[in-house]
Design a protein around this ligand. Structure first.
Ligand SMILES: [Zn+2]
Length: 101
């Protein structure tokens, strides 16, 4: 006599999971491929670029004129990474001392 009303309760966690995953993906990438980077900005003896789309930062090698290293929203983290990897810190060399006599 008892009617077993099995609600599709499993749909709930599934739906929540999908929403959570989508949210996490948006949080991580914000649908941005960092293809449009700003001009290099100098800060704390380092140069870096900022993504025009999401604001993520990346170190920039002014000598070779290219970005390098990981992406991060935290500049201090990038600088720490740079130092940990030998640190290609661009130094200000006075023009008179640039070429040895
Ligand atoms: Zn971006």
């Amino acid at each position: 006599m008892s009617e077993v009303k099995k609600k599709s309760s499993w749909l709930w966690p599934l739906g929540l999971m999908a929403t959570g995953l989508a949210g996490a993906a948006v949080m991580a990438f914000r649908g941005c491929w960092h293809s449009k980077m700003s001009w290099p900005v100098r800060a704390q003896e380092h140069s870096y670029q900022v993504c025009m789309g999401c604001g993520i930062k990346r170190l920039f090698d002014v000598d070779e004129f290219r970005a390098y290293g990981p992406y991060s929203y935290d500049l201090n983290r990038l600088i720490a990474w740079d130092r940990a990897h030998g640190g290609k810190v661009p130094r200000e060399v006075p023009p008179s001392e640039k070429r040895p006599a």
